[in-house]
Design a protein. Structure first.
Length: 425
């Protein structure tokens, strides 16, 4: 039996935890084009905080060899001896919300240069149904000169990583698997089954597995959009949405979704992948895109509510000092990808307010690079005309928010947690 050697292409929030897990049982090479990221990992540090430093350090090995463990590299030559290639690169959308497969295509090119007969390439990146076999595999074929399903094979096993979640880690989440042939499907399923303690589900085809992943997040997006719309309605009626949801939640089959900002690399992006493919087949997905419109509007809506509260208290919005607490896309996580808090900031700046952004989790350099916004990890001094609790980091929940407020200041709670807020979403 051939020895399993695994290459993980992309060492971000998805790739690193998976590489670390596989490395407990197999020789693994983690590949990333970002040499700074590779050097950081080989020094035993992970700025995403998905893998604890002591665990990472215990997993690392000094070179790409047949020993069990993880070696990280930005040199494609180091993955040439592998026979399983797992691609975990991001799948973003462009400024017009159209799927951007560039990272996937480039990763496929990288694999195409090293893949050999009998090898299997597995995609974990979230895509629309058909992307693996129609968009990615032809690239591997073209670069390698090998024939798909004769010389090499493919699988798809969608990632289910929840950044910042230390309870539902990769090995504890049931894994959907699939293969380009029945035999390949069994091999891919066996590979994941060997490390995923929660078990696996072998889908009949790659397209089924792709579709399953993209609807998981589309379903959540639509449900959150529904409660966001309820929040807008009940706010006009003077009814607290969270009180309504608590009462409705006493029914056994009521789904416990809450209003909020929908950002990140999954829920705020994946529905566009499904919508794009649907439109190619001549179908306009009304509910999916309506949900996206509602959720994409929430940052501006929050800003308008903050301004309304300030005006009611007789505060001048122009030149006011407003504190935003949290900039990441979710709590207890440094991930700022596609965060919708920036929409609140942008809208408030449109009123010529002075904005201070405090987030003990976010990297100020990364926020500046991604959004051109100045943030701080230092707790702000003084009092503000308005404070917006945008992200429910545990660090922020322990703050006495009243100390940041003047007598007539506004406290707006996006997450619906503080009992002292003037308003909450």
């Amino acid at each position: 039996m051939q020895e399993i050697r695994i290459a993980i292409i992309g060492l971000g929030y998805v790739g690193l935890p998976l590489a670390r897990l596989f490395a407990t049982k197999y020789p693994v090479v983690g590949f990333d084009i970002n040499t700074k990221r590779v050097n950081e990992l080989m020094s035993g540090k992970d700025h995403t905080l998905e893998v604890e430093d002591n665990i990472l350090q215990a997993t690392l090995k000094p070179k790409a060899d047949s020993a069990i463990g993880l070696y990280c590299s930005s040199d494609p030559a180091d993955i040439k001896a592998c026979n399983y290639y797992v691609i975990t690169v991001p799948t973003p959308v462009d400024k017009n919300n159209r799927p951007d497969l560039t990272p996937l295509i480039k990763a496929s090119e990288t694999v195409g240069k090293v893949i050999q007969k009998g090898d299997i390439v597995i995609y974990e990146s979230t895509v629309y149904p058909g992307a693996t076999e129609e968009d990615c595999i032809p690239v591997v074929e073209r670069i390698s000169g090998l024939t798909f399903n004769e010389d090499f094979f493919a699988g798809y096993s969608p990632e289910r990583i929840n950044p910042g979640d230390k309870e539902h880690t990769v090995e504890k989440i049931k894994k959907v698997t699939s293969g380009s042939t029945p035999e390949t499907g069994k091999k891919v399923d066996a590979l994941y089954s060997s490390v995923i303690i929660a078990g696996t589900h072998l889908a009949p085809t790659i397209k089924v597995a792709e579709a399953a992943k993209v609807i998981e997040n589309s379903q959540r997006d639509i449900n959150i959009a529904f409660v966001n719309e309820l929040a807008k309605i009940f706010n006009r009626m003077g009814i607290d949405t969270h009180d309504v949801l608590e009462a409705a939640g006493t029914k056994w089959n009521f789904l416990p979704f809450k209003p909020g900002l929908v950002g990140g690399h999954c829920i705020g992006v994946d529905p566009y992948y499904l919508a794009q493919k649907a439109q190619e087949y001549g179908y306009h997905p009304e509910i999916i895109l309506a949900g996206r419109r509602v959720n994409d509007s929430m940052g501006e809506y929050v800003a308008s509510q903050v301004v309304k509260c300030m005006i009611k208290k007789g505060l001048c919005v122009k030149n006011s000092n407003i504190l935003i607490l949290g900039i990441t896309f979710k709590e207890n996580c440094p991930d700022v990808r596609n965060t919708k808090v920036v929409d609140i900031v942008s809208a408030l700046k449109g009123y010529e307010a002075n904005i201070t952004i405090y987030d003990p989790w976010a990297n100020p350099k990364e926020v500046m690079h991604e959004y051109g916004l100045v943030t701080t990890k230092e707790f702000p001094e003084g009092k503000f005309d308005a404070v917006v609790l945008a992200v429910a980091h545990e660090d922020l929940l322990n703050i006495d928010l009243l100390k940041l407020l003047k007598e007539e200041s506004v406290l707006y709670d996006v997450k619906g947690i503080s009992k002292n807020s003037d308003n909450r979403l």
